[in-house]
Design a protein around this ligand. Sequence first.
Ligand code: FAD
Length: 319
Amino acid sequence: MGELLVDILKSPERTRVSFELLPPLKGDTIESLYKNLDPLMEFDPPYINVTYHREEVVYRNVSDHLMERKTIWKRPGTVAISAAIKYKYRVMVIPHMICGGFTREETENALIDLNFLGIHNILALRGDPEISTRVFIPEPGGHAHAVDLVRQIMNMNRGVYLDEELKNATPTRFSVGVAGYPEKHPEAPNRQSDMQYLKEKIDAGAEFIITQMFFDNRKYFRFVDECREAGIQVPIIPGLKPVATKKHLSYLPRAFGVDLPGDLVKAVEKCRSNEQVKQVGVEWAVQQCRELKEHGVPVIHFFTMGRSDNIRKIVQAVF
Ligand code: FAD
């Protein structure tokens, strides 16, 4: 249970796999998460990511002419779940921290909790916009961009907390990762500006990058080259998600701004059931993993999205 991910990434002996988990839906138990994670732990992941989800606003009909606005938090518990996983499986955890829905004060308190729990690696993200507005609106007193969150965490690493009157506060030792987008972030006007902002996050103190999913390895390799040309030298962990349903053909490009290669689309279109689509997705991801492994990437990060059966098949075939 090494302390910092960057230390593992510095001298990788072989390509390893890691898994990103979603907190269970409110009302569900942590056992459902363990059920997904148990079959993956035999692959000895160096760390497990736990996503963070902001509140969502929903509108419900209360009468023919009246709608009620309700805020619901569907997947709370990231900090507690991270601690539970860390101590149950004796594995490094990387909770995600997001700007959306949080004031700086709330962020600071969550970071203090993580520090007390011995959790020192964090993935710092802006977070997705609210589904109802589709535009990211920062919380009053919160951060507008992931770089601001990175800076807040780096301040704590220097012993600088929000309360300026605090004297001799103990510095934290967080190692922070950030998101990178081989096909650019969907809101970025072009890849150059996206790269410039990624560089800002690294210059602010981020020590590793985990990429958005991609289905064509050439995009990842090009992205790594562009990062190096831009002076970004930190490890860049590729993120993969296997296609699993026919709906993914339209959902993944729409939700994540990624392209699906023609051959993959054709193979999925030929499938008669989602079971067949899953098999196509597994085979595609196996090819991607083999090439990434040959290329010597330190870790392959799987977005599990609450399902482990297809991920298990991929890892079994490659490692
Ligand atoms: P930023 O780095 O802030 O970038 C967002 C956009 O703003 C980009 O277009 C960028 O080019 C631009 N930009 C950046 N800085 C500036 C600036 N200073 N001025 C002007 N423009 C700027 N979302 C969740 O809600 N919870 C999760 O747990 C989660 N986990 C994720 C894990 C991974 C590996 C990845 C790749 C994404 C994850 N996301 C998650 C999604 C992520 O929150 C969204 O993609 C979000 O829209 C952008 O987050 P970011 O941290 O990249 O934002």
